[in-house]
Design a protein around this ligand. Structure first.
Ligand SMILES: Nc1ncnc2c1ncn2[C@@H]1O[C@H](COP(=O)(O)OP(=O)(O)OP(=O)(O)O)[C@@H](O)[C@H]1O
Length: 257
Protein backbone atom coordinates (compact mmCIF):
# COMPACT_ATOMS: atom_id res chain seq x y z
CA UNK A 1 0.00 0.00 0.00
CA UNK A 2 1.84 3.08 -1.20
CA UNK A 3 0.77 6.57 -0.31
CA UNK A 4 2.40 9.95 -0.28
CA UNK A 5 0.92 12.79 1.64
CA UNK A 6 1.97 15.86 3.55
CA UNK A 7 -1.35 16.11 5.35
CA UNK A 8 -2.28 14.96 8.83
CA UNK A 9 -4.47 11.89 9.08
CA UNK A 10 -8.04 12.50 10.22
CA UNK A 11 -9.02 8.83 10.42
CA UNK A 12 -6.66 5.97 11.21
CA UNK A 13 -8.47 2.67 10.85
CA UNK A 14 -6.73 -0.24 12.55
CA UNK A 15 -7.69 -3.92 12.36
CA UNK A 16 -11.33 -2.94 11.85
CA UNK A 17 -13.78 -5.83 11.65
CA UNK A 18 -17.56 -5.65 11.47
CA UNK A 19 -20.18 -8.39 11.65
CA UNK A 20 -23.88 -8.24 10.81
CA UNK A 21 -24.96 -11.05 13.15
CA UNK A 22 -22.63 -13.87 12.12
CA UNK A 23 -21.82 -12.38 8.68
CA UNK A 24 -18.29 -10.94 8.59
CA UNK A 25 -18.79 -7.84 6.41
CA UNK A 26 -15.56 -5.88 7.04
CA UNK A 27 -12.34 -7.82 7.52
CA UNK A 28 -9.16 -6.44 9.09
CA UNK A 29 -9.21 -3.00 7.52
CA UNK A 30 -6.09 -0.87 7.98
CA UNK A 31 -5.73 2.49 6.28
CA UNK A 32 -5.90 6.22 6.91
CA UNK A 33 -7.77 9.19 5.49
CA UNK A 34 -6.03 12.55 5.33
CA UNK A 35 -7.03 16.13 6.00
CA UNK A 36 -8.14 18.16 2.99
CA UNK A 37 -7.98 15.15 0.73
CA UNK A 38 -10.63 13.19 -1.12
CA UNK A 39 -10.48 9.46 -0.41
CA UNK A 40 -12.48 7.28 -2.82
CA UNK A 41 -13.88 3.91 -1.80
CA UNK A 42 -14.40 1.67 -4.83
CA UNK A 43 -15.31 -1.96 -5.37
CA UNK A 44 -18.07 -4.23 -6.69
CA UNK A 45 -21.58 -4.33 -5.28
CA UNK A 46 -21.83 -5.84 -1.81
CA UNK A 47 -18.12 -5.55 -0.95
CA UNK A 48 -18.73 -3.36 2.12
CA UNK A 49 -18.26 0.21 0.85
CA UNK A 50 -21.44 1.66 2.39
CA UNK A 51 -20.94 -0.31 5.56
CA UNK A 52 -17.45 1.12 5.88
CA UNK A 53 -18.43 4.79 5.49
CA UNK A 54 -21.26 4.27 7.98
CA UNK A 55 -18.72 3.14 10.55
CA UNK A 56 -16.89 6.48 10.35
CA UNK A 57 -19.77 8.40 11.97
CA UNK A 58 -21.05 5.33 13.84
CA UNK A 59 -24.27 5.29 11.84
CA UNK A 60 -23.89 1.50 11.85
CA UNK A 61 -24.74 1.61 15.55
CA UNK A 62 -28.34 2.18 14.51
CA UNK A 63 -28.48 -1.27 12.85
CA UNK A 64 -29.41 -4.16 15.17
CA UNK A 65 -26.96 -7.06 15.61
CA UNK A 66 -23.90 -5.15 14.39
CA UNK A 67 -20.69 -5.64 16.27
CA UNK A 68 -17.23 -4.34 15.61
CA UNK A 69 -13.66 -4.86 16.75
CA UNK A 70 -10.48 -2.89 16.18
CA UNK A 71 -10.05 0.87 16.14
CA UNK A 72 -11.34 3.90 14.26
CA UNK A 73 -9.15 6.73 15.43
CA UNK A 74 -10.75 10.06 14.59
CA UNK A 75 -8.28 12.83 15.31
CA UNK A 76 -6.33 10.33 17.42
CA UNK A 77 -9.32 9.24 19.55
CA UNK A 78 -10.71 5.75 19.10
CA UNK A 79 -14.43 6.32 18.57
CA UNK A 80 -15.13 2.60 19.08
CA UNK A 81 -13.64 2.64 22.50
CA UNK A 82 -15.06 5.69 24.21
CA UNK A 83 -18.36 6.94 25.39
CA UNK A 84 -18.77 9.08 22.31
CA UNK A 85 -21.23 11.97 22.08
CA UNK A 86 -22.96 10.88 18.85
CA UNK A 87 -24.65 14.25 18.27
CA UNK A 88 -21.29 16.01 18.45
CA UNK A 89 -19.58 13.33 16.32
CA UNK A 90 -22.19 13.67 13.58
CA UNK A 91 -21.89 17.45 13.72
CA UNK A 92 -18.21 17.03 12.90
CA UNK A 93 -18.76 14.26 10.35
CA UNK A 94 -21.58 15.07 7.93
CA UNK A 95 -23.07 12.56 5.53
CA UNK A 96 -24.58 12.76 2.05
CA UNK A 97 -26.55 9.90 0.52
CA UNK A 98 -27.19 8.60 -2.96
CA UNK A 99 -30.38 10.56 -3.47
CA UNK A 100 -30.73 14.10 -2.25
CA UNK A 101 -33.26 13.78 0.54
CA UNK A 102 -34.32 17.32 1.47
CA UNK A 103 -36.92 17.70 4.19
CA UNK A 104 -40.38 18.76 2.94
CA UNK A 105 -39.69 22.31 4.09
CA UNK A 106 -38.33 25.50 2.57
CA UNK A 107 -34.84 25.76 1.11
CA UNK A 108 -33.92 28.08 4.00
CA UNK A 109 -35.24 25.75 6.71
CA UNK A 110 -33.40 22.77 5.25
CA UNK A 111 -30.06 24.54 5.60
CA UNK A 112 -30.91 26.14 8.96
CA UNK A 113 -32.06 22.80 10.41
CA UNK A 114 -28.71 21.61 11.80
CA UNK A 115 -27.58 24.96 13.25
CA UNK A 116 -31.00 25.35 14.95
CA UNK A 117 -30.66 21.88 16.52
CA UNK A 118 -27.27 22.96 17.81
CA UNK A 119 -28.82 25.97 19.51
CA UNK A 120 -28.39 28.83 17.03
CA UNK A 121 -31.55 30.92 17.21
CA UNK A 122 -30.64 34.45 16.05
CA UNK A 123 -32.04 35.18 12.62
CA UNK A 124 -29.04 37.22 11.51
CA UNK A 125 -26.63 34.43 12.39
CA UNK A 126 -28.83 31.81 10.68
CA UNK A 127 -29.12 34.05 7.60
CA UNK A 128 -25.34 34.22 7.39
CA UNK A 129 -24.90 30.45 7.76
CA UNK A 130 -27.57 29.75 5.13
CA UNK A 131 -25.95 32.16 2.68
CA UNK A 132 -22.43 30.88 3.26
CA UNK A 133 -23.47 27.22 2.99
CA UNK A 134 -25.43 27.82 -0.21
CA UNK A 135 -22.50 29.76 -1.66
CA UNK A 136 -20.16 26.89 -0.75
CA UNK A 137 -22.20 24.57 -2.96
CA UNK A 138 -22.66 27.14 -5.76
CA UNK A 139 -26.43 27.20 -5.25
CA UNK A 140 -26.85 30.67 -3.79
CA UNK A 141 -27.29 32.51 -7.10
CA UNK A 142 -29.89 29.98 -8.25
CA UNK A 143 -32.06 30.15 -5.10
CA UNK A 144 -31.38 33.45 -3.31
CA UNK A 145 -34.69 34.94 -4.49
CA UNK A 146 -36.76 31.95 -3.40
CA UNK A 147 -35.32 30.82 -0.10
CA UNK A 148 -38.80 30.31 1.32
CA UNK A 149 -39.89 28.02 -1.56
CA UNK A 150 -40.22 24.29 -1.10
CA UNK A 151 -36.92 22.42 -1.35
CA UNK A 152 -38.72 19.57 -3.08
CA UNK A 153 -39.39 21.92 -6.01
CA UNK A 154 -35.69 21.96 -6.91
CA UNK A 155 -34.19 19.71 -9.60
CA UNK A 156 -32.45 16.48 -8.55
CA UNK A 157 -28.99 18.02 -8.91
CA UNK A 158 -30.03 21.14 -6.99
CA UNK A 159 -31.55 18.97 -4.24
CA UNK A 160 -28.26 17.10 -3.90
CA UNK A 161 -26.33 20.39 -3.65
CA UNK A 162 -28.88 21.59 -1.08
CA UNK A 163 -28.24 18.44 0.96
CA UNK A 164 -24.51 19.11 0.80
CA UNK A 165 -25.21 22.71 1.97
CA UNK A 166 -27.32 21.29 4.82
CA UNK A 167 -24.40 19.07 5.84
CA UNK A 168 -21.95 21.99 5.65
CA UNK A 169 -24.15 24.30 7.74
CA UNK A 170 -23.07 22.63 11.00
CA UNK A 171 -19.43 23.32 10.04
CA UNK A 172 -18.23 19.73 9.91
CA UNK A 173 -14.62 18.70 9.49
CA UNK A 174 -15.40 15.66 7.35
CA UNK A 175 -18.07 15.01 4.73
CA UNK A 176 -18.91 11.37 3.94
CA UNK A 177 -20.60 10.82 0.59
CA UNK A 178 -22.24 7.54 -0.38
CA UNK A 179 -22.63 7.49 -4.17
CA UNK A 180 -23.72 11.14 -4.25
CA UNK A 181 -24.05 11.33 -8.04
CA UNK A 182 -25.43 7.93 -8.96
CA UNK A 183 -28.98 9.28 -9.37
CA UNK A 184 -27.91 12.39 -11.31
CA UNK A 185 -27.58 13.32 -14.98
CA UNK A 186 -24.07 13.97 -16.41
CA UNK A 187 -24.23 17.77 -16.05
CA UNK A 188 -25.37 17.66 -12.42
CA UNK A 189 -22.72 15.00 -11.80
CA UNK A 190 -20.03 17.24 -13.23
CA UNK A 191 -21.18 20.11 -11.00
CA UNK A 192 -20.97 17.92 -7.90
CA UNK A 193 -17.51 16.70 -8.94
CA UNK A 194 -16.30 20.29 -9.37
CA UNK A 195 -17.83 21.10 -6.03
CA UNK A 196 -16.05 18.22 -4.29
CA UNK A 197 -12.72 19.38 -5.72
CA UNK A 198 -13.39 22.85 -4.31
CA UNK A 199 -14.74 21.62 -0.97
CA UNK A 200 -11.58 19.71 -0.13
CA UNK A 201 -9.81 23.04 0.48
CA UNK A 202 -11.96 23.32 3.62
CA UNK A 203 -13.11 19.78 4.35
CA UNK A 204 -11.92 16.19 4.33
CA UNK A 205 -14.01 14.02 2.03
CA UNK A 206 -14.60 10.28 1.87
CA UNK A 207 -16.66 9.23 -1.14
CA UNK A 208 -18.10 5.87 -2.14
CA UNK A 209 -18.42 5.61 -5.89
CA UNK A 210 -19.19 2.93 -8.45
CA UNK A 211 -17.79 5.18 -11.10
CA UNK A 212 -14.09 4.56 -11.54
CA UNK A 213 -13.59 7.54 -13.86
CA UNK A 214 -15.09 9.67 -11.11
CA UNK A 215 -12.72 8.23 -8.51
CA UNK A 216 -9.79 8.86 -10.87
CA UNK A 217 -10.93 12.43 -11.57
CA UNK A 218 -11.60 13.69 -8.08
CA UNK A 219 -9.79 11.65 -5.45
CA UNK A 220 -6.31 11.85 -3.99
CA UNK A 221 -6.32 8.36 -2.51
CA UNK A 222 -8.34 5.28 -3.41
CA UNK A 223 -9.18 2.16 -1.44
CA UNK A 224 -10.26 -0.85 -3.47
CA UNK A 225 -12.63 -3.09 -1.47
CA UNK A 226 -13.40 -6.70 -2.33
CA UNK A 227 -15.49 -9.11 -0.23
CA UNK A 228 -15.10 -6.94 2.87
CA UNK A 229 -11.34 -6.52 2.59
CA UNK A 230 -9.18 -3.68 1.33
CA UNK A 231 -7.17 -5.23 -1.46
CA UNK A 232 -5.25 -2.07 -2.24
CA UNK A 233 -5.03 1.46 -0.85
CA UNK A 234 -2.78 4.00 -2.49
CA UNK A 235 -2.47 7.30 -4.29
CA UNK A 236 -5.23 7.40 -6.89
CA UNK A 237 -2.83 7.91 -9.81
CA UNK A 238 -0.76 4.97 -8.70
CA UNK A 239 -3.77 2.69 -8.16
CA UNK A 240 -5.22 3.40 -11.59
CA UNK A 241 -1.98 3.53 -13.59
CA UNK A 242 0.06 0.88 -11.86
CA UNK A 243 -1.99 -1.26 -9.46
CA UNK A 244 0.05 -3.54 -7.27
CA UNK A 245 -2.54 -6.32 -6.97
CA UNK A 246 -3.83 -8.40 -9.86
CA UNK A 247 -7.40 -8.20 -8.46
CA UNK A 248 -7.28 -4.39 -8.57
CA UNK A 249 -6.05 -4.51 -12.14
CA UNK A 250 -8.84 -6.92 -13.11
CA UNK A 251 -11.45 -4.68 -11.49
CA UNK A 252 -10.29 -1.36 -12.92
CA UNK A 253 -9.96 -2.85 -16.38
CA UNK A 254 -13.55 -4.07 -16.17
CA UNK A 255 -12.86 -7.81 -15.97
CA UNK A 256 -15.38 -8.16 -13.12
CA UNK A 257 -17.78 -6.09 -11.02
N1 LIG B 1 -28.27 -4.34 7.73
C1 LIG B 1 -27.64 -5.39 7.23
N2 LIG B 1 -27.83 -6.62 7.75
C2 LIG B 1 -27.20 -7.71 7.23
N3 LIG B 1 -26.31 -7.67 6.21
C3 LIG B 1 -26.10 -6.46 5.64
C4 LIG B 1 -26.73 -5.27 6.12
N4 LIG B 1 -26.30 -4.22 5.36
C5 LIG B 1 -25.44 -4.74 4.45
N5 LIG B 1 -25.31 -6.08 4.63
C6 LIG B 1 -24.46 -6.99 3.86
O1 LIG B 1 -23.10 -6.58 4.01
C7 LIG B 1 -22.41 -6.67 2.76
C8 LIG B 1 -21.86 -5.31 2.39
O2 LIG B 1 -22.95 -4.44 2.08
P1 LIG B 1 -22.72 -2.92 1.68
O3 LIG B 1 -24.05 -2.30 1.49
O4 LIG B 1 -21.80 -2.30 2.66
O5 LIG B 1 -21.97 -3.09 0.29
P2 LIG B 1 -21.65 -2.02 -0.85
O6 LIG B 1 -20.27 -2.32 -1.32
O7 LIG B 1 -21.92 -0.66 -0.37
O8 LIG B 1 -22.71 -2.44 -1.97
P3 LIG B 1 -23.40 -1.55 -3.13
O9 LIG B 1 -22.30 -1.09 -4.00
O10 LIG B 1 -24.29 -2.54 -3.82
O11 LIG B 1 -24.15 -0.43 -2.46
C9 LIG B 1 -23.41 -7.22 1.74
O12 LIG B 1 -23.23 -8.62 1.66
C10 LIG B 1 -24.75 -6.90 2.36
O13 LIG B 1 -25.74 -7.83 1.97
Amino acid sequence: MQTTTANKSVFDVKDLNLWYGSFHALINLNFSMYKNEVTAIIGPSGCGKSTFVKTLNLMVNMIPNVHMSGEINYNDKNILNKKIDLVELRKQIGMIFQKGNPFPQSIYDNVAYGPRIHGIKKKKQLDEIVEESLKDVALWDEVKDRLQSAALGLSGGQQQRLCIARALATKPEVVLMDEPTSALDPISTLKIEELITKLKEKYTIVIVTHNMQQAARISDKTAFFLNGEVVEFSDTNQLFSNPSDKRTEDYITGRFG
